[in-house]
Write a protein that binds this ligand. Structure first.
Ligand code: IFM
Length: 482
């Protein structure tokens, strides 16, 4: 993106961002999509035999969700999916990443017979995508574990690994004739650390050692599910979606730099290394002592089962400082000063995405990378005319797509981009306070309205982005920057 300095009649110098970004800068088969997840949009939690999930239970605990809400209704996508797929088609996306709710398929987590009505729902959904020319990308686990499995220890227990493989087998057998892109897990770091260590996500536990065992079991379940999916779907392309962060050291001091390496060890390498056949990073393993996970013979080989692509969810970089006594790693994430942030406080850094993908491509050489999530939350306002002029989110999107073009130009094998999210939805512990959608959802009426960001994405995807429109978009952006 180029920046042009100019003066206003108020005698101040401002920066106007201009870009000549267009879809044709990318390969014709580049995947342009949006992502969602089951618990965040579906609602219909008691429909057609769905079992209880850990999020249904967690949301009932007082104080866990910022606005006291839950995903019980969410976007009511369970009933409104045809309209949502029409919306997706109208935006011009060619791929849609959604997740299957495990408790719809096996209400108790496992069993000899799957819940046919649950399978039928996803079958209809997939057919709906294909009828609209949208390629379905399934995520098998996006955090809504059946509560029945949690009652037996959840991801801390190896038995859950077997249950996940059986569930993956059932879903891939059922949908594999039409679904060719499979993501086993979404953001294992969050599953483990938000859920089992920080207690801010379901199931709400606070135990570092347990979280490490959860990481292990989740990665193992991924590795064991890959060949099962491939056996069921001969032309399947399978991967995993990791939440990764580019890191900056708080200073040039040797201590801060070493702390950044340690933080990287648990945040990024703890997942990337075993998935790429390197086992767990030795520097971190050594620090963990008795907290290190139980690893059985063959586990590391299973975790490193070759995949077809790596999914990366990118949101923000982190700045790390040495903090003696702060956890086992003696590290602290600090707030860098003078940086742009979203309403969540997340630093906005398209450059961070460029450096992250460059680093992953260089260090791990995945055959293909997909940006499986990227997006931002701001406090949207609906004008009396019903418009949502979310210029900050639009600018975020434009800048990250500009960065994608740079990534492609560097020869990094990135093959697709999925915006988070198609719809405003239930943002976990933040409830409905945080909106990430390119589409606004009025949760009282369930009305959907494309935001300015969604309209920009549509114009970009349809090749309708005339330079004049771009400048107009940028002027609104400029207003935001004043
Ligand atoms: O909403 C989440 C999503 O479920 C996982 N990745 C990050 C998003 C924004 O917080």
């Amino acid at each position: 993106m180029r920046h042009k300095a100019f003066s206003t009649n108020m005698n101040t110098t401002k920066t106007l961002a201009l870009t000549d970004l267009k879809r044709s800068d990318f390969a014709p088969d580049f995947r342009w999509g949006c992502s969602t997840s089951s618990y965040q949009i579906e609602g219909g939690i008691d429909q057609d035999g769905r079992g209880e999930s850990i999020w249904d239970r967690f949301c009932q605990a007082p104080g866990k969700i910022r606005d006291g809400s839950s995903g019980a209704v969410a976007c009511d996508h369970y009933h409104r999916w045809p309209q949502d797929l029409d919306l997706a088609r109208s935006m011009g996306i060619n791929a849609y990443r959604f997740s299957v709710a495990w408790p719809r398929i096996f209400p108790n987590g496992r069993g000899a017979t799957a819940n046919q009505k649950g399978l039928d729902f996803y079958s209809r959904l997939v057919d709906g995508m294909l009828e609209r020319g949208i390629e379905p990308w399934v995520t098998l686990y996006h955090w809504d574990l059946p509560q029945a499995l949690q009652d037996q220890g959840g991801w801390a227990e190896r038995a859950t690994v077997d249950a996940f493989v059986a569930y993956s087998d059932t879903v891939s057998r059922h949908l594999g004739d039409r679904v060719k892109h499979w993501i086993t897990h979404n953001e294992p770091w969050c599953t483990a650390f938000h859920g089992y260590c920080e207690g801010v996500h379901a199931p709400g536990l606070k135990n570092f050692r347990t979280a490490l065992q959860v990481c292990h079991n989740v990665l193992l379940s991924h590795g064991l599910a890959v060949p099962v999916i491939k056996a069921n779907v001969s032309d399947a392309r399978v991967g995993i979606a990791l939440s990764l962060h580019p890191l900056k050291s708080a200073s040039d001091s040797a201590q801060d730099i070493a702390a950044t390496t340690r933080h990287d060890g648990l945040r990024n390498r703890w997942f990337l290394d075993p998935l790429h056949g390197r086992g767990y990073p030795a520097d971190i393993w050594q620090l963990l002592g008795a907290d290190a996970p139980q690893v059985q013979a063959g586990d590391l080989a299973a975790m490193a089962t070759p995949t077809d692509f790596l999914g990366i969810n990118y949101y923000f970089p982190e700045t790390v400082a040495h903090a003696p006594g702060q956890g086992l790693l003696s590290t602290r994430v600090i707030e860098s000063e003078n940086v742009e942030r979203t309403a969540f406080g997340w630093e906005v850094s398209p450059d961070g995405m460029v450096s992250l993908l460059g680093r992953v491509a260089h260090d791990y050489r995945p055959a293909e990378i997909y940006l499986t999530e990227n997006g931002s939350t701001y406090d949207d306002v609906v004008t009396p005319d019903g418009d949502i002029n979310d210029v900050a989110r639009r600018r975020y999107l434009v800048r990250h797509l500009d960065a994608m073009r740079e990534i492609v130009a560097k020869g990094i094998p990135v093959k697709g981009y999925f915006a988070w999210s198609l719809l405003d939805n239930f943002e976990w512990a933040e409830g409905y306070v945080r909106r990430f959608g390119l589409t606004h959802v009025d949760f009282k009426t369930q009305q959907r309205r494309l935001k300015a960001s969604g309209k920009w994405y549509r114009a970009f995807l349809k090749g309708e982005l005339e330079p004049a429109v771009l400048v107009a978009a940028s002027i609104a952006t400029y207003d935001e920057e004043v």
